[in-house]
Design a protein. Structure first.
Length: 283
């Protein structure tokens, strides 16, 4: 019998991948969790029927959501990750040894337990947590945590799932206000903000919300084969530092840091937006 993973992208468009094996399938209090093994993508995490991350291209997403904001800040010491249950973002943030405190607030313990068990190379940061004094993992709602936090973080990385289920509130204007409050006076944040083809209304609304709140709002793009439309957007809200200040940012990129995707040209070009997308943001 063949096993197929079927992501319903629109009423008329489904994206199907044949699974060699289902390593885990179950429900937490928050969502349905599936971990599959596939030929094209390797292991594949699916939450509530939405493809989240896979062995084949996870490095693109995790390097882009981490290193662009971290190099943009001249001296980050405290970093918060909201979501990020597979551990890929924590793994990348921990590579920056000058960062003193990395906290991750993930709502769903089962996502963490499943990733630790079945994809240890991806979730190494979660497995090593007891031996890494810089890393603190808390199981809680990221929005609730931010409401109770003021003037503490240099960088907040929102590595959330889609704006449905537990991730819904993480795209609201109130959430962005809570992020602003939790950041230090020169802090910045980044969020994965979905496909510029399929989520235009959402991106337009959140971009305008962020422009009301932050002095600097920027969007960057990366091609990620797993995600809907294969082109993914990330949005930055910053109180002071501009991710387009390339001259200063690039002085901070260490020559001995090994990246699989990120480099200076990628950082610079990721902020070049196609005209159709610029138009959507301005309209
Ligand atoms: N790279 C992925 C993507 O864009 O598809 C996202 C990966 S990560 C698995 C997303 C995580 O956000 C999930 O583990 C989910 O449980 C978590 N999450 C969703 N809502 C949350 C909330 N309100 N607070 C904390 N974590 C949340």
């Amino acid at each position: 019998m063949e096993l197929w993973i079927n992501e319903i992208q629109t009423n008329n468009l489904h994206f199907s991948i044949r699974a060699k094996d289902i390593l885990f399938a179950g429900n937490s209090q928050y969502q349905e969790i599936i971990l599959a093994d596939t030929d094209e993508f390797g292991y594949l995490l699916i939450l509530d029927n939405v493809l989240q991350t896979c062995a084949f291209d996870e490095f693109i997403y995790h390097e882009m959501i981490t290193h662009i904001p971290v190099f943009t800040h001249p001296n980050p010491k405290k970093v918060l990750i909201v979501g990020g249950g597979d551990g890929g973002t924590a793994r990348e943030v921990l590579r920056h040894l000058d960062i003193e405190e990395i906290k991750m607030v993930e709502i769903d313990k089962l996502v963490i337990d499943v990733c630790k068990k079945y994809i240890p190379e991806h979730s190494s940061a979660l497995i090593n947590e007891p031996n890494e004094p810089r890393f603190i993992l808390e199981i809680c709602d990221g929005f609730k945590y931010l409401k109770e936090t003021t003037n503490y973080y240099d960088i907040i990385i929102v590595d959330c799932s889609d704006p449905i289920g537990p991730g819904e509130g993480l795209f609201s204007k109130d959430f962005y206000k809570a992020i602003y409050k939790a950041l230090k006076p020169d802090g910045l944040f980044v969020q994965q903000t979905e496909s510029p083809f399929y989520y235009q209304k959402l991106i337009k609304r959140l971009y305008s919300d962020l422009e009301d709140i932050f002095p600097i709002t920027r969007i960057f793009l990366a091609s990620i084969p797993l995600y809907q439309g294969c082109l993914h957007s990330f949005t930055i809200g910053s109180k002071k530092y501009d991710p387009l200040d390339f001259e200063n940012i690039f002085k901070r990129v260490p020559t001995d840091f090994k990246f699989k995707y990120y480099n200076k040209e990628i950082h610079q070009n990721a902020f070049s937006l196609p005209n159709f997308f610029k138009k959507i943001l301005k309209e």
